[in-house]
Design a protein around this ligand. Structure first.
Ligand SMILES: Cc1ncc(C[n+]2csc(CCOP(=O)(O)OP(=O)(O)O)c2C)c(N)n1
Length: 577
């Protein structure tokens, strides 16, 4: 029999196409609908990693994509497996993360017979949550439609794609010559700005006195990190970043201003606000102050660089829109500048000093009510150093940790994006550790968020991953409790207190090396033990429930004295009659 005559099942065609795309690992939870595919993966030498909940498998694939700047692949079964994964699909969509979700389905021929795990239109359900969703109608179309899905995930504005492959399509076989080819797998255009745009960029820099860069999700790559470092060193423009884009300048760069939110605090430090904001691969939205102008001042001029031209100009006019790749843009600007940048006096160093904003803000490390979460996070960060990948989950817990950590490269911080989705962290940690087995991965979370996917500790233990999970346990849905207290009074709480659950005991039962810490001084030795044990480890730190992170205050907003407004927590107020 010639190669052309060889018969291949749909599962083999799918796995072979993934292998041709360079996929080496698929994150999954078993379901018989996909056995044809799993068999193909084993034969194609693609590693299968199994989880205990489909959303966590999806978050892991998402994290894999984020930390490798490549494609993540998640395979989940028909019906309930798919509905369980919707949160992961939506989360990847709102963060433009390129994940291929392969979804099982009941046989096409059994439509409307009340079949097992069928009866819902999965593609219709997936479409509003994904960049693209399609059902493969026949076995021979698997290679080209899979290649198209991968192309759509990885090009332009990236995002999750959903490929439904019904079980009969997977199990049927066709002759190799009948199958389509996986064309266009290598398509990765990186658009550059026009020469005119590069010149205009320089004109705006020359006219500015207080420029800043705010880096966003599209800037998260080694190549952009290098280009940004060259640009910053030459142009002396301080760099701020959304939490996910931290680390682009490496650890301890003098012009790294830390979180973008620090820009809102410049007036508190006696500094003027920026007059030019360069949004580098960053989108406007709540995480950059929404319409308020608190982070991107209304009066500032703005350059926005983003692959999706339709994204440029959300919430305000943009002085220079550039629909291009961030690294290409910076390189083009550097080439056009020929080394001549104006310089901005002491502005860059003073603005970048905002990264030390919280230093000294909380004098007491602990009170009888518990350890202060700022100091808990700082002690954890100190113990870990700057080489780790961090996954930050929980409400205020993520913010305490985000303000404390230092990272030495891009793609080292994974946390909430615009879905604001609690529970992503453990899946993220597993995906990151799978991508970089030799890199330290630290997962920090709140006690509430720990409960969403606590079962994935089993996954970590089963796969022998030395992830260190840190829970800041304030025995409450802290961000929610604090929001209620601020709005309705100190004694008000509805649905926001949690019990005294010992998460360390739960982690021990799953097989982690665990301990609970109740004093500040015990944090460093506990972290040292966790970091050196070489096994999945778990440190539960009991924190002060009354400590409120400033992010909660800023997100809640206020009603100005005399203003006729109804306060809408977490959004803009609405006018009152
Ligand atoms: C999946 C999900 N459910 C509910 C919420 C609403 N929510 C936002 S912050 C928060 C509290 C988080 O509590 P915890 O994880 O204990 O962290 P803490 O704020 O106490 O540090 C909740 C419930 C959400 N964002 N996502």
């Amino acid at each position: 029999m010639t190669q052309e005559d060889k018969r291949l099942t749909g599962g083999e065609l799918l796995a072979n196409t993934l292998a041709a795309a360079g996929v080496k690992r698929v994150f999954a939870l078993h379901g018989g609908h996909l056995d044809g595919f799993f068999k193909g993966c084993v034969e194609a030498d693609i590693d299968l990693m199994d989880f205990r909940h489909e959303a966590a498998a999806g978050h892991a694939a998402d994290a894999f994509a984020r930390v490798t700047d490549g494609l993540g692949v998640c395979a989940i079964t028909a019906g309930p497996g798919f509905t369980n994964a919707l949160t992961a699909i939506a989360n990847a969509w709102l963060d433009s993360s390129p994940v291929l979700f392969i979804i099982g389905a009941a046989p096409l021929r059994e439509i409307e017979t009340n079949p097992l795990q069928g009866g819902i239109d999965q593609v219709a359900a997936a479409r509003p949550l994904a960049k693209w969703a399609i059902s493969v109608p026949v076995t021979e179309r698997i290679p080209d439609l899979t290649a198209m899905a991968i192309r759509k995930a990885l090009t332009g504005r990236k995002g999750p794609v959903v490929l439904e492959v019904p079980i009969d399509v997977l199990h049927a076989s066709v002759r190799a010559s009948q199958a389509t080819t996986p064309c266009g797998l290598a398509t990765r255009p990186t658009p550059a700005p026009s020469p005119l745009e590069a010149r205009r960029f320089l004109e705006l820099l020359a006219a500015a006195r207080r420029p800043v860069v705010i880096a966003g999700f599209e800037a998260v790559s080694t190549r952009t990190g290098e280009a940004l470092t060259r640009f910053t060193d030459a142009a002396k423009v301080p760099v701020f970043a959304k939490t996910q884009a931290m680390g682009l300048l490496g650890a301890a760069h003098p012009l790294d201003g830390g979180a973008a939110a620090n820009l809102a605090a410049l007036p508190m430090l006696g500094l003027p606000r920026p007059d030019l904001v360069i949004l580098l691969g960053a989108r406007l939205g709540l995480l950059l102050g929404g319409r308020s102008g608190s982070v991107v001042p209304h009066e500032a001029r703005v350059i926005q660089v983003h692959s999706d031209a339709g994204e440029i100009g959300r919430l305000r006019d943009i002085d220079l829109p550039i629909a291009a790749d961030p690294a290409e843009t910076l390189d083009a600007v550097m080439a056009a500048a020929h080394g001549a940048f104006p310089g901005y006096g002491d502005w860059p160093a003073r603005a970048a000093g905002a990264r030390r904003l919280l230093t000294g803000a909380y004098p007491d490390r602990e009170t009888p009510a518990g350890i202060h979460p700022h100091h808990a996070a700082a002690a954890v960060a100190e113990a870990v150093g700057s080489e780790a990948i961090w996954t930050l989950d929980g409400g205020e817990a993520a913010s305490w940790a985000g303000g404390a950590i230092t990272v030495s490269g891009p793609g080292r911080v994974l946390t909430h994006g615009y879905l604001g989705c609690l529970g992503t962290g453990l899946g993220y940690a597993i995906g990151a550790q799978a991508a970089y087995p030799n890199r330290r991965v630290i997962h920090v979370t709140g006690d509430g968020s720990m409960g969403f996917h606590v079962q994935e500790l089993d996954t970590i233990v089963r796969h022998g991953m030395p992830i260190v999970t840190v829970v800041l346990n304030n025995q409450a849905w802290g961000m929610c409790l604090h929001g209620q207290q601020i709005m309705f009074g100190q004694n008000y709480n509805v649905l926001t207190r949690l019990g005294g659950t010992c998460y360390a005991d739960i982690a021990t039962a799953f097989g982690c090396v665990s301990e609970r810490v109740t004093t500040y001084d015990a944090i460093a030795p506990a972290m040292a033990r966790a970091l050196s044990c070489g096994r999945p480890a778990f440190v539960e730190i009991m924190t002060d429930q009354d400590a409120i992170h400033p992010i909660t205050l800023s997100m809640l907003g206020t009603v100005d004295k005399g203003a006729k407004e109804v306060q809408i927590p977490y959004y803009e107020n609405v006018p009152a009659d």
